[in-house]
Design a protein around this ligand. Structure first.
Ligand code: GDP
Length: 332
């Protein structure tokens, strides 16, 4: 850590300077470098991020999730425009591991967030379209730091309700928001999947269609959330109704985010959460790095198939097999 850092190549220094000078092209190129799977690109990306790190961190990071059709992109567009009008700079990133399979991604469709796309103070980047959830999330997390270094003070990370993506995104943001439809089916799904437990704020969208149904959904959700143990002693998650399409309730939502931030900063939890997340992220990287090295080890590669077959056939126990393979690494 105390080793002096090698100076960046002129090309990479230009990227760093461009990002700090808030040049959109440099920002986009840096994120492309981060998303590259080439080993030399990854090394360069690490060096560039290290230079940008002191410029990062000065934003609020908001995770937004919800089932497809709940109105996430309509909501993010309305919120984004509202914030730009107030002088904020807004970056929207996405974590969509399903894009690896479908080839598309949640922000890939150009028609989404059309008005936000056109504004200079907004930056919208689709999900990286290759890799595991962990890999996609790691790249998005790094892209988030780069956006902060480029002066974006509100970072929105959108994700869809597939698999573990909500938990992963909740682990990289300051506040996690769940967008719900005003019907009981959507409530139940979210409660069953355990997403409600990790939400700091729930939004019942499309309240314009049937305001009474929305109000009912809100009180039911609030009741359900009261039964759960709150994630933070200082903050009881709240439920708001709004209409993203008619841009109603957007201001109240932002005020709630500001109240959340003030509460969490007041008790030190805002910074603590970021510290915990950084350490969790380090351990996730160590875990995946070790697994990678383990699988690449020649002795492990030679034995893995035979030992796996022995475990499957019941000729050896999983723990004895694991020990034999781990011993190949000679980790003391
Ligand atoms: P996403 O898949 O969660 O990103 O959802 P979209 O933002 O693409 O919205 C899905 C559909 O719901 C679109 O046809 C939107 O126009 C519509 N929609 C989104 N928000 C609202 C709302 O507040 N009221 C109404 N009536 N329709 C909405």
């Amino acid at each position: 850590m105390s080793e002096p850092r090698k100076p960046l190549s002129p090309v990479d220094q230009t990227l760093v300077d461009g990002v700090v000078a808030r040049q959109r092209r440099a920002l986009a190129k840096t994120i492309t470098l981060i998303e590259s799977t080439r080993v030399d690109h990854q090394q360069r990306a690490r060096a560039v991020i290290a230079e940008l790190l002191p410029h990062s961190g000065r934003s609020i990071r908001i995770g937004i999730s919800g089932s497809p059709g709940a109105g996430k992109s309509t909501f993010i567009e309305a919120l984004g425009n509202h914030l730009l009008d107030q002088g904020h700079r807004v970056a929207v990133l996405a974590v969509d591991p399903s894009s690896t399979i479908s080839g598309g991604s949640i922000l890939g469709d150009k028609t989404r967030m059309e008005s936000l796309c056109q504004r200079e103070e907004a930056f919208i980047r689709p999900s990286p379209s290759a890799g595991s959830l962990g890999g996609v999330a790691e790249k998005t997390r790094e892209a988030m730091l780069v956006c902060e270094a480029a002066g974006f003070d509100v970072i929105v990370v959108e994700t869809v309700g597939v698999g573990q993506s909500e938990t992963t995104v909740a682990g990289m943001v300051d506040v996690f928001v769940l967008v719900q439809l005003p019907n009981a089916g959507d409530d139940l799904q979210a409660i069953k999947k355990g997403i409600v437990e990790i939400a700091d704020l729930v939004v019942i969208n499309k309240a314009d269609i049937d305001p009474r149904a929305a109000a009912l959904a809100r009180s039911q959700m609030q009741m359900a959330m009261h039964m759960l143990r709150p994630m933070h002693a200082q903050w009881r998650p709240t439920v708001l109704t709004l209409s993203a399409l008619q841009k109603q309730g957007i201001d109240a939502f932002w005020k709630e985010i500001e109240r959340y931030r003030a509460t969490m900063e007041g008790c030190g939890e805002f910074a603590d959460r970021r510290r915990r997340q950084a350490l969790d992220w380090m351990w996730a990287q160590i875990d995946s790095g070790l697994r990678h090295r383990f699988l690449a080890h020649p002795a492990v590669r030679a034995d893995l198939e035979t030992i796996s077959a022995a475990v499957a056939a019941g000729r050896t126990t999983p723990s004895a097999a694991a020990q034999t393979l781990l011993d190949h690494l000679q980790v003391r």
